[in-house]
Structures are given as C-alpha cells and as structure tokens.
Design a protein around this ligand. Sequence first.
Ligand code: SPV
Ligand code: MG
Length: 669
Amino acid sequence: MKALILNSGLGSRMGVLTAEHPKCMTEIAYGETILSRQLKMLVEAGIEDVVMTTGAFSEVLADYCRSLELPLRINYVYNSSYRETNYIYSIYCAREYLADDDIVLMHGDLVFENSVFDLIVSSRVSCMTVSSTLQLPEKDFKAVIQDGIIRKVGIDFFENAMAAQPLYLLKQDDWKQWLNEISVFCEHGNVNCYAENAFNKISGQCSVYPLDIKNLLCSEIDNSVDLDIVSSRLKELASRTVYMCFSTDMVHSGHIAIIKRAARLGRLIIGVLSDEAVASYKRFPLLPYSERKVIFENITGVYKVIEQMTLSYRENLEYYHPDFVVHGDDWVKGFQKPVRDEVISILAGYGGRLVEFPYANDEKYVSMESRARADLALPDVRRARLKKMIAMKGTVNAIEAHSGITGLIAEKTVVYQNGEAHQFDAMWISSLCDSTSKGKPDIELVDMTSRYRTIDDIMEVTTKPIIFDGDTGGLTEHFVYTVRTLERMGVSMVIIEDKTGLKKNSLFGTEVPQTQDSIENFSAKIQAGKRAQKTRDFMICARIESLILEQGMEDALARAYAFTHAGADAIMIHSRKKDPSEIFEFVEKFRAKDAITPIVVVPTSFNSVTEEEFKARGVNVIIYANQLTRTGFPAMQNAARTILEHHRAKECDEMCMPIQNIITLIPEE
Ligand code: SPV
Ligand code: MG
C-alpha cells in the first residue's frame, strides 16, 4: 500500500500562515504540523512508500520532510504548473509512481484522528470517509450514495448526499480505473477541475464505499478559523481516555501491537486482572499481579496501570468513565459475552464507545500458552502452588479425583457466572474413592505403590495442585518414606488422620470400632514427617477425628494445638453431622488462639454451608471429597441395568456422553 499526499495547492486563504511554506506545514499542535501528523500515522500503519505532489515551496517541503527523520521513502512529484492547474494534474504528473498498488489518498490540508485512519487502512474495500451526522456543507465535498456505493463526489450535489472528506482507500483495480480517467481528462486539457470529476465518470465501473466516521475528526484546514477549530479538537482528543484489560502474564508482540493501536485513541489506562481472577479464569498466573503491573507500566503508550479485581469491568469503568474500551473481537460470543454485554451497557450510560480489534489467535502465542501450562505440571511448580493459592485467595477448594479422567474433570470444569469464572483450585486424592474405584474397602488395603500409580495417572494429564489422603500415615518409619515420595512427585499436601490400628472410613463414626492415636504418638509421626521433607512447599496436615469419635470439642482443640506445635502445616477438622455447628465452634475456638495455621474441612455431611461462609469463618481449604465417585458409578449401574432390561444398547444411548465430547475433554498431544 502506498500513500498519495496532494501538496501542490497554494493555500492562499491561510494568509500569512502560508507566506513561507506550503499549507501542510501549518502547526496544529505544539511541535506538530498537518503533514508531520499525517506522516507519523503512515509510519504507525506500516506504510513505507509515499508519493507527494508539490508546487510552491517544494524545496522547503522536501527539507522539512527530511528533518522529520521518519522511515519513509518519499517520491516528490513537482507540478510546475501548480498555479494554473488543479490537483487532477498533479496526480497525472505522478501517475508512473502510482500504478499497481493500493493507494491511500489524502489532501495535504486534511487533519483526521487516529481511529479514522485506522478504519481507512484496515478497510477491505475501496472507501471514502463520509459523515452521516455532519450537516451538508455549502461549498465542500459531498458524496452521492446509491445502493450503498459512492456514485458521485463534488461540491454541487445535495440529493442522497453525505458530507465527505478527501481521504480514500483505493484498491488497486478501482484506482486503476480512476487513474486512467484522470489521464484521459488531463490529456484533453481538463486540468482545472477536481480529480473527482474523473471519478464521477467511471464510478459505475468501480466500487468505492462510504466509510461513515460520524463525529470523528476529519477536517480540511482552509483558513485560520478552521485552524482554531481543529487545534482545539486535537486538544480534546489528547485528553480522551482508553481502557483495556489484560489477564496475560506473557506479554508478546501481539499485545504490544494492540496496546499501540489503543494508545492512539487517547490516554491508555490498562486494567491488570488480579491474581485471583486470573487463577479462576484461566490458570495460576506465572507472574503475580505486582510483576505484571510493572511490565505494563513500562510499555510505551501506557498512561496508567490499575488492578481489575474480577472479569467484570464494572468497577473500573464506573470509576474512570473512559471514552473508549478496547478489546479483541473474540468476546462477541462465548463465555465472555456477558462481560461484553455489561461493558456495552455501562458505556451507553455515559456515552463511551467500545472499539473491537480483530483477534489474532496466532499459533505462536497458543504454543507459548500451552508451554506455560506444561510448566505448571512440573513437580516443583505444582507442589509450591497450593501454599501460594491459599496465601492468594484465603480459601481454596479441591475436588476428588481418582483417575486420569476424573483428574481432567477437576482440571477443566469451569463455570461462568455473572462475569466471573469458577473452577477448582486443587484435587483431592481420597482413600475412599481410590479404594472404591478398585472395588476395595477403605481400610488402607490399597497399598502405597498402587496409590502412587493413581497420583501418577492424574498428574500425567493435569496441572492443578494435589492434596493426598494419607489415611493414618501408617507406621512412622514408613510415613517418612511416603512424605519423601509424595514430595518428589510434586504433591502439595498430605493429610494424615490421628487414628491407629485397622482404619475404617470416618463416615462410619462410632458404628465400627475405631481407635484414636495418642497425642504423643501422632505428634511424633508429624515431627518425623516434617524432618523427612526436603522442600519448604510440602505441607503435612493433621486430621483430627475427635468429633467423629465423639471425644468432645476440648479433645479436638487440645489435639489441634499439640499437632500444630509438633509442626503440622494445617489442621483438618472432621465431622459427620449434618449440622455444621460443631465445625463452626471448633473453627472459632481454634482461630481465637491461632490466626494463621490453615484449617481444612470436608463438608460431605455438613454440605449446606457455602464456600463464602466457610471463608468468612476462617476456613482455608474446602474439600469435596467423594462427589465424582458417588455420581459416577450410579450412572454406570443405571446404564448396565438399562442394557440388560432391553437386550440392546439403544435405550442407553441418551444417557451417554457424545463421543465428540470425550474427544474435546481428552486432547491428543
Ligand atoms: C476420603 O475421602 O477418603 C476421606 C474423607 O478420608 S472421608 O471419607 O470423609 O473420611
Ligand atoms: Mg480417606
């Protein structure tokens, strides 16, 4: 694409302003002329070749262009008859430089805002800027539009016309027709009319569309009054604000390009999504908010960086009232649509505008993102993340996984609600569910080697942190090995319960014989485990069975303090009552003395309590311990029964997940 700038005119209506240089060198803002503004826009749009027709002060003009030191190749075409001819003849003089390319054509006295130029250069069809909102000018150009196409351009047309400005994008084929006709005109001596007179002759053979810029700035400067108006519009534009939100922690050239474009609309405020919002929206951020903020603050064109706490833009838009919100057009559909709808309605409330740029889903960036995800699965990175998540969110949730497929469900299930995304923070490898999936009772019968195998199956296909149900931890002498193995594998936390002998599942309570370990023995086991671990990240959580075994609140609390003292990194308090009051009482009393040690709960029985309430009371980890198992196998039993009842699989089909959905859940690498 080449630019054609017409600068042969005399600009005599500008008076003294054009006494020593051509009109295009008139200053419109501090240190900025009409021409310097146009040329900088060309550079930013990636245009390298310019054809500039000149007349009076041609040397002054060329010297000035050189002094700007812009990366442009400018071909100056001097129209020696500039006093006697109109710009149709200047174009004719320049014709040999203008063949075989798309052309951006502009008059040299035209001032337009960045977004107008962006619309012009990104147009897929030939177009001319028009305004449906401006009054038809008496003396300036108007474009006559028929069937959505420009049929005539001139000053004398008023019917079916819109105010028009001489800024065009002309695709090669359309331009060829017009340029040929310009040559015909000039070769017949018609050199004193507008080039548009030639266009009007051949407009039926080309398709030049109106580009309606409404009230955006695009004005010719003909006299000093125009100059004052345009200069004050430019001041207004400079104070406009633009808002964009970024969730990324891998800033790449695609982001820089969109930031540059957005900054051209006004002062750019960047909202950086909070760590918590990034973690629930896509994945644990590789860089925390504070680091991401500094990166954006140091990108040229960024005026200010603020935090955006949720996917919803509401809070920041209502506070800053930016003139523009910029986003990729990828949110027009899909899960971000409600966020977009909300943005549109907030903007409508105060007259802001949404600008959407085409979204570039470049393969290079997709592979960077998948590498980042792969890194999250590495043992060191995965292990450390549970502690970080607890510190970041205050309260995290985990769902049970007992196989690769349930791991994928825990990893990938996301629910979008009211502009927020919800997903599980971690996975729980339950002894009950691991045993059940192997058809065995939950009595520490499934040996550690087999349980490690389950962990490995899950780890192979997921990235989220893992909390491992270590039952009683076994003999202290064995537990130290378990700790080291789990730690090496990348597990974040092991929870061991203060029971001894043949362990039975806690949900049996006192209906089966169960023995609680002594505080001394269990504390010694915790101490040995803590001594055995190699990293700071790995956590050993002491699970207290006093409420399950009806030993009372005081016993539970005494144990909690003793186990914390022994080095436990977290306390799990369990109950099998529907009523959560004993859990709440424990949390309240424990928190009165210990504000820091994370508290873990497994609300299988007391399942009416919401995560928000647990958080408000000071609980840090909420484990949904068995729901995937308890929903999964009844569905399988039902399918098996249905086939047996009907002696075929047809009736079972509607209970089945379509094969396509399995394929999307399990990607092939
Ligand atoms: C498990 O999921 O195996 C547990 C929790 O230990 S519970 O079943 O509630 O005891
Ligand atoms: Mg268990």
